[in-house]
Design a protein. Sequence first.
Length: 151
Amino acid sequence: MGSSSRKPTDTDDAFSWFKKGILLGEQGDAQNAMECFDRALEINPDDAEAWYNKGILYHDKEDTENAMECFDRTLRIDPNQAQAWYNKAILLDKKGDLENEMKCYDRVLAINPDDADAWYNKGLLYRKQGDAVNEMKCIDKAKELEVLTRI
């Protein structure tokens, strides 16, 4: 499941539902996890992490339309949520929207320039576009970052 680094605030009830959703999702109970995220969002509709994790559940069910809607809601609330940009790019790839997919990877890398997976996928996207030079630059950057994370 996604992020759970939140701290309780005056919306403790929303936080409790969110945490329960995370735990249920990690246990593989997607249906009840979704219900928990829905309850959290009823209390706090601006909870970017609940929207993001709800999007992950939809993505896992291959419900692209609802997953995209959740990731878009996440990004309206928190435009620096790199994983939402990354997952949106994956969905756009499935739709064949290469232009917007590239923009999403650019956003991911603006937020987290050390994201090896984003560099690699951006390289694959350049391959689809027939741009071998930029493909290799991105793939080489991804390999460099992967080596650095093993040190």
